[in-house]
Write a protein that binds this ligand. Structure first.
Ligand code: CO
Length: 461
């Protein structure tokens, strides 16, 4: 047994299929291998949150809460979810009581690791979700994220400061979340060394192979002392997904950071998931995923989004504008204060860049969400957005500019408001879980309930 084994979090059940096959894996695809996955000895199995919740309701006719129950029934390994702070899994800031209710329910249903991030790295957007997770009676592991990006204002020193804040807030570990695979090997080495020196809690690294660095970045991070790395089994690894589990296990065999995991035991599991991937690509007629592209360092678009943008242009008959779009992304990002590009900022910046390219005139049409991001509604951007740009280019009124957004007074609808709204629509006795699904994805959840509630006099659960 190695002195200081690297732990592995397996992402095949969440980020792996979110990055490569548009999050279309069903619980039936997972069930046959849960026992085998459980026996490997992973640090955690990432299996919930991110886009899985929305996709369950929207495309797979699955109740995400029931999926979690099934996972929990079959797994002793901690189940990890990805949570977007005050956004939860939706696209708005929710009121504090909705955040508390959601986190409490997720913990009750079996989440063992809450990985919590904010697209702008604004800790005010993380505070309530972190507190809610720390208060759960099941005592889940609470992890805070540094959303990694490159810009003229992002430095390793700044990331270390942010990590210290997360530690002070009570997080049990910190994750470097490199959703677009921008973290270069030697930069990772430096960042991990600095974090290990400054913090007392474990450091985890999450990357994607989008620009081709993945495995090399993990190796340098391991040498620098990173505690946990996120990997996906071979069929759901590489390209826009995580580095490969089996490869990393093999690479570290016989070293003082040997994972101790049984690579042979992974072979039949990987074989099963290769079949699942092929089936999904055929069933949903997916275009397939994108290969390694080092230019992602410039346009910084996260894995899942590239294909969406390409499709948007295709639908508009403007496929030839693809390169223009990739060139426009970094310009729009600079205009709006260099936010890291991750949900929801990636969609917001991506849509704005698409509009600019399609209309042939910059900022002719400006979506509401882009104005909101620019005027500070979602929190502080890494660099303040120029007032002149806000007022004269985007048409934001001076009184709409939010100088010091405080999430404490998030004024969204309360849990009771959402419940009442659902009851007013004729769903008389929704469960708390249903109310939360509805709060996050109102139209999608309503359609789902119509199919699954028995309509007697009204819809009854
Ligand atoms: Co990811």
């Amino acid at each position: 047994m190695a002195q200081n084994p690297v732990k592995i979090t397996e992402t095949v059940l969440r980020d792996g299929h979110q990055s490569l096959v548009a999050t279309r894996m069903r619980i039936e695809d997972m069930l046959p291998q849960l026992q085998a996955l459980d026996a490997i000895g992973y640090n955690a199995l990432e299996a919930w949150g991110g886009a899985t919740f929305d996709t369950c309701l929207r495309f797979l006719d699955e109740d995400p809460w029931e999926r979690l129950d099934t996972l929990k029934k079959n797994l002793k390994t901690p189940i990890q979810m990805l949570l977007r702070g005050q956004n939860l899994l939706g696209y708005n800031h929710y009121s504090n009581d909705v955040v508390h209710a959601f986190v409490r329910k997720a913990s009750e249903h079996g989440i063992g690791v809450f990985r919590i991030f904010d697209a702008l790295n604004d800790v005010r957007n993380l505070k309530v979700a972190i507190e809610a997770a720390l208060e759960c009676p099941e005592k889940p592991h609470v992890q805070g994220c540094l959303v990694y990006t490159i810009s003229p204002v992002h430095t390793n020193e700044k990331f270390v400061e942010l990590a210290k804040e997360l530690e002070d807030m009570g997080c049990h570990s910190v994750c470097i979340k490199d959703m677009s695979g921008l973290l270069k090997p030697y930069v990772a080495e430096d960042l991990v060394k600095k974090l290990k020196a400054a913090l007392h809690i474990p450091i985890e690294l999450h990357t994607h192979c989008t620009s081709g660095f993945g495995h090399a970045t993990y190796l340098k991070a391991v040498e620098a002392g990173v505690d946990i790395i996120d990997c996906a089994l071979a069929p759901f690894s590489s390209d826009t997904s995580q580095p490969c589990t089996e490869t990393m296990v093999a690479a570290l065999e016989g070293t003082d950071r040997d994972t101790g995991l049984d690579r042979q035991a992974m072979t039949p599991i990987a074989k099963h998931f290769l079949g699942v991937k092929q089936r999904i690509i055929g069933e949903f007629k997916l275009k397939g995923y994108f290969d390694i592209n080092p230019n992602v360092l410039d346009f910084q678009i996260p894995g899942g989004m590239l294909s969406n943008l390409a499709n948007q242009l295709k639908e508009a008959g403007m496929e030839d504008k693809y390169q223009d779009l990739l060139d426009e992304m970094p310009k729009v990002r600079a205009d709006v204060g260099y936010p890291p590009l991750v949900t929801p900022s990636s969609q917001i910046v991506g849509t704005m860049a698409t509009f600019n390219v399609m209309s042939g005139e910059r900022y002719k049409m400006v979506p509401k969400e882009f104005k909101d991001l620019a005027r500070g509604k979602f929190g502080r951007t890494p660099v303040p957005v120029e007032r002149d740009f806000l007022i004269n280019t985007l048409g934001v009124k001076p009184e709409e500019i939010i100088e010091d957004c405080s999430i404490e007074d998030a004024k969204g609808m309360s849990f009771a408001d959402f419940k009442k709204e659902l009851q007013d629509k004729g769903f008389l006795n929704p469960t708390d879980e249903d109310v939360l699904s509805y709060a996050l994805f109102p139209q999608v959840a309503e359609e789902f309930f119509k199919k699954h509630y028995q309509a007697v006099t009204a819809y009854k659960r």
